[in-house]
Design a protein around this ligand. Structure first.
Ligand code: BES
Ligand code: MN
Ligand code: ZN
Length: 483
């Protein structure tokens, strides 16, 4: 869907949308304003964010399709939600060209509305060959009727977010036979055109670096692993130490020899959601030319059972030199991250490291699909991330860490084992990662297993890939690195 900002209403508009704040008096520049206001009231339309009231009226002898769209309290998230409603209602309605009559709304509010509309309209139809016309999206253009300038920073920012989130969703939604470590990297190579420095490690490079933890996970798969680094320096060299975003990129997680049950295993195509979010936010930051030095590192590998796969009980040596007893080959994300985190710190010397991972089922048991879990060694950083989550609607809840939990992953044969007991599974996973964070580095781990994929539509996404993490990290960069 194209979004354009124009001062006057184009002639061929099929539906006019009027934003209405919560409990505001309804007064429209239409002959039927009074009728519409009465009908809306009778239909219990109150202007709450995302509220929708649609009516056909006669204006100067012509039929006009008019919509009242609730914008709630006028917060950014309210406008996003309102925009999302436009797409949810009209995407496949048969309507092609619509306009939001938006005089008086700021560029920020309009940008939020268009962001919501575009995010909610995203879908992956690549593999559908039998769609009828009525099933296909009809919506082509959204005109924002406003005196605001189309190149205002808020619009540039929204465009960047849409592109970044779309990349994340694409990577997440694609099946495991299409997205595997090499093809993930291929889809990200084009980011170099935006000024991002792209570097890639292949299996030989990783062997030479001693990444036995990551390589052990991939050794049962014919798909070769990759390490992908995306570096953006918009600080003009002023920020020597970047912020590092590190993503778990298990392109398919069967569990390996500790095989997962069959039911629902298809979900494990999105076990690369952390890496997908990292790629997406790097794209967004480069597109909006963020004034910050940021590096995104993705550890990419497929976890398969095979005659050559690693066994429960195997001991592997990570790049850090620490050894791990692999109790369960399905606790593979932390093994991948151990080497990815270490390599990211050695290579880019970040002061701040934030990893994103679909790491544990236990985080879904605790928080469902409403909050991601956050674990951190730094109260300031944790507070900044939680706040960015509140501001963007990508919310997080902090969990405790500590020595008692750390002890739970001590091993009788190696430096640590890759799982704890039945209890506190998300925390022991975080304790494992913490053993790969260097002294003096502020670190946060985001367990996003419940957030990457949605079984039902939300206000800014359809069923499927959500793109969680991109807006969160983009906001964090704005708050802490560009300030
Ligand atoms: N990728 C899974 C975690 C997961 C589960 C994500 C369900 C999304 C939905 C991870 O690799 C995993 O298998 N974790 C195990 C760890 C356990 C073996 C210690 C888990 O959570 O069961
Ligand atoms: Mn697993
Ligand atoms: Zn996994």
């Amino acid at each position: 869907m194209d979004v354009t900002v124009t001062a006057t209403l184009p002639a061929d508009i099929e539906c006019r949308i009027y934003p209405v704040a919560k409990d505001a008096a309804i007064q429209l520049p239409l002959e039927s304003s009074g009728l519409i206001a009465e009908a809306a009231k009778a239909s219990r339309f109150t202007g709450e964010a995302g509220g929708w009231f649609e009516i056909f009226v006669t204006e100067g002898g012509q039929t006009v399709r008019a919509v009242l769209l609730g914008t709630g309290e006028g917060r950014k998230t309210d406008y996003e939600k309102a925009g999302g409603t436009i797409s949810a209602r009209l995407l496949t309605s048969g309507v092609k060209r619509i306009a939001v009559i938006a005089d008086g709304l700021s560029a920020e509010s309009l940008a939020a509305l268009s962001l919501g509309a575009r995010l909610r309209s995203w879908r992956i139809d690549t593999y559908r060959t039998k769609q009828t016309e009525a099933q296909k999206p009809s919506l082509e253009s959204l005109h924002l009727i406003s005196e605001e300038k189309a190149d205002a920073p808020a619009f540039v920012h929204a465009d960047a977010l849409v592109s970044g989130i779309s990349l994340t969703r694409e990577l997440v939604a694609e099946p495991g036979n299409i997205i595997y470590p090499e093809s993930f990297v291929e889809r990200c190579k084009g980011l170099a055109d935006l000024g991002i420095e792209v570097s890639i490690l292949d299996e030989t490079d990783m062997k030479n670096l001693g990444m036995g933890a990551l390589l052990g996970v991939g050794q049962g798969s014919p798909r070769a692993p990759r390490m992908l680094a995306l570096r953006w320096d918009g600080s003009e060299g002023k920020q020597l130490n970047p912020i590092a975003f590190v993503g778990k990129g298990v392109t398919f997680d069967t569990g390996g020899i500790s095989l997962k049950p069959g039911a629902g295993m298809e979900d494990m195509k999105w076990d690369m959601g952390g890496a997908g979010a990292v790629a997406g936010v790097m794209k967004a930051l480069a597109l909006r030319k963020a004034k910050a030095h940021v590096v995104g590192v993705c550890g990419l590998v497929e976890n398969m059972p095979d005659g050559n796969a690693q066994r429960p009980g195997d001991v592997v040596k990570s790049m850090s030199g620490q050894t791990v007893e692999v109790i369960n080959t399905d606790a593979e994300g932390r093994l991948v991250l151990a080497d990815t985190l270490w390599w990211a710190q050695e290579t880019f010397k970040p002061k701040t490291v934030i990893d994103l991972a679909t790491l544990t089922g236990a985080i879904i048991a605790a928080l469902g699909n409403e909050y991601a879990g956050i674990f951190s060694n730094d109260d300031t950083l944790a507070g900044q991330i939680v706040k960015a989550g509140e501001d963007t609607g990508e919310r997080l809840w902090r969990f405790p860490m500590g020595d008692a939990y750390d002890k739970m992953i001590d091993s009788p044969i190696a430096d640590m084992k890759n799982m704890g007991s039945r209890y506190a599974g998300s925390i022991t996973a975080a304790q494992f990662l913490k053993r790969y964070i260097k002294d003096g580095v502020a670190w946060a781990h985001l367990d996003i297993a419940g957030m990457v994929w949605a079984d039902k539509p939300g206000s800014l996404h359809d069923k499927g890939a959500t793109g969680y993490g991109v807006r969160l990290l983009d906001q964090l960069v704005t708050d802490v690195a560009e300030a």
